[in-house]
Ligand binder design. Structure first.
Ligand code: SF4
Length: 141
């Protein structure tokens, strides 16, 4: 067995995750799904709308940033109980990188907490340390 490189993260052997599409991360608690102009453009294109049409219906400004709006109670505006995420192919980076966000994998305890709220975390496909590090690098902070 190769000894761990010094300074390599605690998840150097990878972490498992396979989304069950339960919707827990897309529903319930109010929050923000941050979107850039490029992501708004991709979402609008996916829905067959112009950026202006899409933005008027689904985007809110929060300070200097933009977020998707949500339903009363906090569900994502694009979450459908039957169909799941209705913009999945065009979903923003924030959704693509879940659950490999810096704060979720900082310590084993943080990851353990995520496995309690996300039934797909800790199960299924094994992501390599490189994939996880890449995901973390893509998260905007
Ligand atoms: S909480 Fe986890 S398993 Fe459920 S939809 Fe979100 S990523 Fe998928």
């Amino acid at each position: 067995m190769t000894p761990p490189r010094s300074g390599s993260p605690w998840y150097r052997d990878g972490l498992s995750f396979s989304c069950t599409r339960c919707g827990a991360c897309c529903t319930s608690a109010p929050g923000y799904v941050w979107v850039t102009y490029e992501e708004i453009k991709a979402l609008a294109q996916f829905r067959g709308e112009t950026v202006d049409q899409f933005s008027a219906k689904f985007v809110r400004q929060v300070g200097d940033y933009y977020s998707l709006i949500e339903r009363k109670g906090g569900d994502c505006i694009f979450w459908d109980a039957q169909a799941g995420c209705t913009v999945y192919p065009a979903r923003p980076v924030q959704c693509r990188t879940w659950p490999f966000w810096p704060e979720n994998v900082e310590t084993p305890k943080d990851w353990e907490g995520i496995t309690r709220v996300c039934p797909g975390a800790g199960k299924g496909r094994l992501y390599s340390v490189d994939e996880i590090v890449e995901s973390i690098g893509n998260v905007r902070q």
